[in-house]
Write a protein that binds this ligand. Structure first.
Ligand code: S3P
Length: 431
């Protein structure tokens, strides 16, 4: 579906950010692993998180969708049912990487995970390696791509250093560790989102963090009770960027999750002198089970270029396309380093951002590990390909509102995987 976004005069008003995708996935998967019913308030109803509900149903969990909450009645840690058909993860990379952690512990049972065309290009060798070390048997196409076959086993605990700072891989190992034979430690090269750790702590699991290492103690059951899903900082970031870029804007976005590991984009934006007020969580020493929320008060203003360093990348990974867009409007140069991971997202996001924004008039180039943009006072407009990638589709829409002549987004339907109401929300703010 192609859709045009015309230059906006100023965005105003307030709305609630859509529910967090990462936390919704985790709540449904941990709910399926729990033995007692789990009530999830504010679950995200989008394509990716619907794939998760279908997947856990196929594995034997009962999922009841009610008004404003869902109830998951799980099978327990070691009792997932072996489905006859492959599990379809759709477009959801998080599901593809998290679920095998649980399935690896299903002794003697086999599972296959597959998904859409884009998921078949997402690497899984990063989870195959640690799960094999723990004792599960796994087979991926060409050794690294889905479909992924998993044969569960009695797992050994391990110490594992991640090669990439990936919350998905970290979470996969932590989930497998729950049913292993002792304490497992995972180290990451840079801090990444820690929703899994917080939720496990809330579920009574012995887990602690020491710098970039997390240790989890095996357990017999998870006691989750209820989970409230906050607004998604990554989805909200698209509204924030629109508010900052469109002259005359003043917006209030409420109930946004402000966990420190998710607010890298807001810190980068503030460094660029963007006006965004809100009570962001400080870097946490001790692990806490809570997911803090805040309202974000956003206003249009001039921006300055900045450099995003590698250790900031995992904390803003899904918002880096927006950093490129902001860079087009900033004074001076904006550079993102250490972001090779963008090449293996729902699309090659370095190519998608660089070619897409250049087509709208940007002065931007790809570098070995990211991109560099020179601010040119804004974008003219034109057309941009979403490449089946929700974040590129939404970036194109925001670019359109801030452009001089408007932008046609080719493939706007991609937004449905994380933020189905995005176009309507932009229209409400622009009205
Ligand atoms: C996610 C982690 C990130 C992020 C993705 C969601 C998660 O991926 O890009 O959208 O929920 O754990 P990686 O772990 O591959 O960096």
């Amino acid at each position: 579906m192609n859709m045009r976004f015309e230059p906006a005069r100023g965005l105003s008003g307030g709305l609630r950010a859509p529910a967090d995708k990462s936390i919704s996935h985790r709540a449904a998967v941990l709910g399926a692993m729990a033995s007692e019913p789990v009530h999830i308030q504010g679950y995200l109803h989008a394509a990716d998180t619907s794939s998760t509900l279908e997947a856990v149903r196929a594995l034997g969990a009962l999922v009841e969708v009610r008004d404003g909450e869902i109830v998951v009645r799980g099978t327990g840690l070691r009792e997932a049912r072996e489905p006859e058909e492959p599990i379809d993860v759709g477009n959801a990379g998080t599901l593809l990487r998290l679920l095998p952690g649980w399935l690896a512990a299903q002794d003697g049972r086999s599972f296959t995970l597959d998904g859409d065309e884009s998921i078949r290009r997402r690497p899984v060798d990063r989870i195959v390696e640690p799960l094999r070390q723990m004792g599960a048997k796994l087979k991926a196409r060409s050794g690294r791509l889905p479909p992924l076959e998993i044969r569960g086993a009695r797992l050994r605990s391990i110490s594992y250093e991640l090669k990439v700072a990936s919350a998905q891989v970290k979470s996969c190992v932590l989930l497998a560790a729950l049913a292993a034979d002792g304490a497992t430690t995972v180290g990451e090269p840079a801090r990444s989102r820690d929703h899994t750790e917080r939720m496990l702590l809330g579920a009574g699991v012995g887990i602690h963090r020491n710098g970039r290492h997390v240790t989890v103690v095996n357990t017999d059951e998870l006691l989750l009770g209820s989970v409230t899903v906050p607004g998604d900082a990554s989805s909200a970031a698209f509204l924030v960027a629109a508010g900052v870029l469109v002259p005359g804007s003043r917006l209030l976005i409420s109930d946004v999750g402000v966990n420190w590991t998710r607010t890298g984009f807001l810190r980068i934006l503030r460094r660029m002198r963007g006006i965004v007020l809100g009570d962001l969580e400080d870097e946490t020493g001790e692990l806490s089970p809570s997911e803090p929320v805040s309202d974000l008060d956003v206003a249009h203003g001039a921006l300055e270029g900045t450099v995003v360093e590698p250790e900031e990348v995992p904390l803003a990974i899904d918002e880096l396309p927006l950093v490129a867009l902001l860079g087009c409007y900033a004074e001076g140069e904006t550079v993102v380093r250490g972001a090779q991971e963008l090449r293996v997202k729902e699309s090659d996001r370095v190519a998608g951002v660089v070619e897409g924004l250049r087509g709208l008039g940007a002065d931007i180039e790809a570098t070995e590990d990211g991109f560099a943009v020179r601010g040119t006072g804004g974008l003219l407009g034109g057309a941009i390909e979403a490449r089946g990638d929700h974040r590129l589709a939404m970036m194109g829409a925001v670019a359109g509102l801030a452009s001089r002549e408007g932008v046609e987004v080719r493939g706007m339907e991609a937004a449905a995987v994380s933020y189905p109401g995005f176009v309507e929300d932009l229209a409400t703010l622009a009205a």
